[in-house]
Design a protein around this ligand. Structure first.
Ligand code: SF4
Length: 376
């Protein structure tokens, strides 16, 4: 049986009706509080063995811009974020470049490592030792042993599922020659992190050539993983952005209505306890997302740019708070790990991080904000 069938018609359902249904679910489970995480972004390496047709982040090892950040560089950025009141440090990196490129392997070896994940683990430990920040790692697909070494040093982890469309691996499509974007590999990471009780962030990248049915199937797959393991803390609905220097430079961007419809359907399909997020810097009209059922804006940095979409600035947090208030919502800061995952006695958070998270959070589990007066 095709489980997507009952939802496929939502492509044509009246949008206002879908959004109203989604908002009812959101209001019941999340109220009128909308959250964000104050983060600093560390692009540990911009080399990657994949070549997604929409990516500007990735640099070929022959490029003068190809880079692995040194421990000193990581700490400098981390401390800059700490000074600005950030609580999350997001490690973002390309997938396993050392397995494809000798130059990446040599650059990693010069730092004393043969595997990027081991270096990432040690950089998370360094951040924990030297700063008050909580690492969140976005390292793509992960094997069991990689999750095991990262879990004690990361309060949460993430990997965008993006889509479960296999079609997009054909020549000329978005995921051609991208071994880590094979849906089975990404679903395995969802499964493995669930088995290991990792609070996990995932999501869809919409508008990269997938059909509406494939979008629905992707949401159902995420929800099924959550039903098995209870570990999906948030789902992001992210809209494809056209950029001049990508293979998909002429591909159309999703319209606002497409975003609203996808957000609303995501809210209807997903377990209501999963937070629903859409990035505020990828549409000038992002405030409308609140009317489609989101309850979170994701990570916003007062210090570093969005390295994945460098042409799109983060909104100013005070302004975002005002826009939310005018729309009837209260903006609140959260940690990278959602309250449900650290307040409960379930072992979602490594024991070694529990005291730090408790010290950073209020009784309701959201962030204890020390910088309210100078929020920027
Ligand atoms: S989107 Fe991610 S996996 Fe794809 S090329 Fe860019 S860094 Fe690599």
């Amino acid at each position: 049986m095709n489980l997507a069938v009952p939802f496929v018609d939502t492509k044509h359902t009246d949008l206002d009706q879908l959004m109203a249904e989604a908002c009812l679910i959101r209001d019941r489970h999340w109220g009128r509080t909308v959250t964000y995480s104050r983060k600093v972004f560390v692009p540990l390496t911009n080399m990657c063995r994949d070549t997604c047709a929409y990516c500007t982040f990735v640099k070929h090892p022959d490029s003068p811009e190809a880079n692995i950040m040194t421990p000193d560089q990581v700490l400098r950025v981390a401390k800059g974020g700490e000074a600005k009141g950030c609580k999350e440090l997001l490690f973002s990196l390309g997938e396993k470049p050392e397995l494809r490129y000798d130059k990446a392997k040599q650059a990693l070896a010069a730092l004393g490592y043969s595997r990027m994940t081991d270096y990432l683990r040690d950089m998370c430990a360094l951040v924990l030792e030297e700063t008050s920040l909580l690492p969140h790692v976005n390292a793509g697909t992960l094997a069991d042993d990689e999750i095991d070494i990262l879990r004690p040093v990361a309060a949460s982890m993430g990997m965008m599922l993006e889509t479960i469309s296999k079609r997009l691996h054909q020549k000329g499509e978005a995921h051609y020659a991208c071994p880590d974007k094979v849906p089975l590999q990404r679903l395995r990471t969802l499964e493995r992190t669930g088995q290991r009780r990792v609070p996990f962030t995932t999501g869809l990248l919409i508008g990269i050539g997938e059909t509406w049915e494939e979008r629905i199937e992707s949401l159902l797959a995420i929800n099924e993983a959550h039903q098995r393991h209870g570990h999906i803390q948030e789902v992001i609905v992210q809209n494809f952005q056209r950029k001049p220097d990508i293979a998909m430079a002429d591909h159309p961007e999703p319209e606002l209505e497409d975003m609203l419809r996808t957000i609303a359907v995501a809210r209807i399909i997903l377990d209501p306890q999963i937070s629903l997020q859409a990035p505020p810097n990828l549409s000038k009209r992002h405030i409308h997302y609140l009317n489609a059922g989101i309850n979170d804006w994701g990570g916003i940095s007062p210090v570093t740019i969005d390295f994945i979409n460098p042409q799109h600035e983060w909104p100013e947090i005070r302004q975002l708070a005002q826009s939310c208030e005018q729309a009837g919502y209260q903006l609140q800061e959260r940690l990278t790990i959602y309250p449900k995952f650290h307040i409960s006695s379930d072992p979602y958070l490594d024991e070694g991080l529990r005291a730090r998270v408790a010290q950073m959070s209020r009784t309701d589990g959201l962030a204890r904000s020390q910088f309210l007066e100078e929020i920027s």
